[in-house]
Structures are given as C-alpha cells and as structure tokens.
Design a protein around this ligand. Structure first.
Ligand code: SAH
Length: 253
C-alpha cells in the first residue's frame, strides 16, 4: 500500500495523527525534501528506507514505489502542506493506476492555513470577503489565460499566492492592473509554523520593498486583501444574540 501523506506546513507537530501513524509504520518513506521538515523523519522506524524526492525524477519515485510494492512493503509519499495543492500527486497516481497499484491520501494542514495562523487571520470576514482565491504567479509553470492574476484581482477577494515570492514585481503589477488599490493590505509569511517563521504586514505598494528588506525570496506566501488588517467587518450572524440557529434560539424569534 502507498499512502500520500500531507506533512503539514512545517512544525513537526502539525502533521495529522493519522499521518504520524503512517510515518511510524512505513517501510519506505519518499519525502519532498525541499520543504518537508526533516524532523518528521524521526518518526520512521529502524530500517525504514528514506528517499529525498528533491533529487529524483517522477520515474525514479515510481520505481521506488514499484519495488516497495513488489516486496509487500508500506510506502509513505510525504508531501509538504496538503498534497492537493501544487503537490504533483496526480501524475504519480495516474502511473500507479496504470500499474494497478493501490494508494490513498491522508490530508495535511496546508501552508495557507499556517500563514493565517501566523497572523491570527480570518480569511473570510463578513462584509469584507467571503472567498479565498488560491493561486500563483506564472513562472516556468504556465497558468491558464483565464486564470491570470489580473482577472482574479478584479474580485477584490482574499488572495493567497503560492510560489510567487521570486516574482513579486510582476505580481504587484498584475494585482494593480486588475483593480486592487495600491494601499490594499498585504502580507508576506515566510516559513509559516517553522521556528524561523517571519510574518510582515504591508500593502501591495510595499510588497517588493518588504520582501527585499527582510531578504525573503522563497518559501513564503503572499496574502492580499482587506482581511489582512481587518479594520472594518460585520459581526457574524452565527453568534449574533438576535439570530436563531439549529442549536440556539435568538431574541428575534
Ligand atoms: N502543498 C503545499 C504547497 C506546495 S507548493 C501546501 O499545501 O502548503 C510550495 C510553495 O508553498 C512554496 O513556494 C511556498 O509558496 C508555499 N509554502 C510551503 N510551505 C510554506 C510555509 N511553511 N510557509 C510559507 N509558505 C509555504
């Protein structure tokens, strides 16, 4: 059996209980070494084979999985955050499907949740934004034309940008061209939940300068939108004394 496991955003104790159990039981671990906290490998049992996929091609990863399956071993494929975001898992799964090999997925805490935690943010504040756009600036991996930052910016919704810290000038240009005001709150969160975490609140206008000042060029998320400074928002209906819910009778009824 092969388990795709979300390692969480960084802190070793932010893997799920299930993910940790799989790590302890694994005969083979293939981890995404560029971002997964190596401290998680301490859960591996003695004799567990450990591979760092940062040095491997897709074919090499699959080869290890096939060998492990043939030997009736349990494999953990450990991806950073939650594997469903920019995890390149589908291409692995499609080959495993072709070969008739069994696998499943164990979710993890994505770094976009870790980044919110770093600043104690709520991405979905009433009357400010009720949506979170998760995207990236186009780099070597193309982004479909209909998903350009500019078109998303027009919504003014909360935006979380992965894989974009090295492309900040381009990002800022596109955010502004799409309709965000230059003083829209923004934040850079570096290595969210790691001991070396850094989080800075700025504006779209000062994003480039803030990253430069703190020498942040990778392993960061960019957050954009008024939820970052949360200066105006409406109280929730859920906890409003006047509001009746399935569980609580409000003063309005
Ligand atoms: N599947 C992962 C994302 C992998 S893509 C997840 O759910 O988080 C890699 C990008 O994620 C990095 O370039 C960076 O933008 C972001 N990232 C991953 N871990 C991070 C962390 N702890 N803090 C800030 N950004 C992080």
């Amino acid at each position: 059996m092969i388990h795709f496991v979300g390692a969480g955003p960084g802190a070793v104790d932010l893997i799920t209980v299930r993910g940790q159990r799989y790590l302890k039981e694994a005969d083979v671990i293939i981890y995404a070494g560029s971002l997964v906290n190596k401290g998680l490998l301490e859960y591996a049992k003695e004799g567990c084979e450990v591979y760092n996929s940062a040095y491997m091609t897709l074919e090499e990863v699959i080869e290890v999985m096939i060998k492990s399956e043939k030997e009736d071993k349990m494999t953990v494929r450990l991806h950073t955050g939650d594997p469903c975001l920019y995890g390149a898992i589908r291409e692995q799964m499609d080959i495993l499907d072709e070969k008739g090999m069994d696998y499943d997925s164990c979710p993890g805490v994505s770094s976009f949740c870790g980044a919110a935690a770093a600043l104690n943010l709520e991405y979905t504040l009433p009357e400010v934004s009720q949506s979170v756009i998760i995207t990236r600036t186009e780099g070597r991996t193309p982004v479909p034309e209909r998903e350009k930052i500019m078109s998303f910016a027009a919504h003014g919704a909360t935006m979380v940008l992965f894989l974009s810290t090295g492309l900040l000038e381009k990002l800022v240009k596109e955010l502004l061209a799409g309709g965000y005001a230059s003083d829209t709150p923004a934040a850079i969160v570096y290595k969210a939940t790691w001991p070396e975490e850094e989080a800075y609140v700025c504006t779209i206008d000062t994003l480039v300068e803030t990253a430069r000042k703190h020498q942040i060029t990778k392993t960061a998320l960019i957050l954009v939108g008024n939820v970052v400074t949360h200066s105006h928002y409406e109280r929730s209906k859920l906890y409003d004394p006047g509001f009746t819910t399935e569980f609580r009778k409000g003063s309005d009824s």
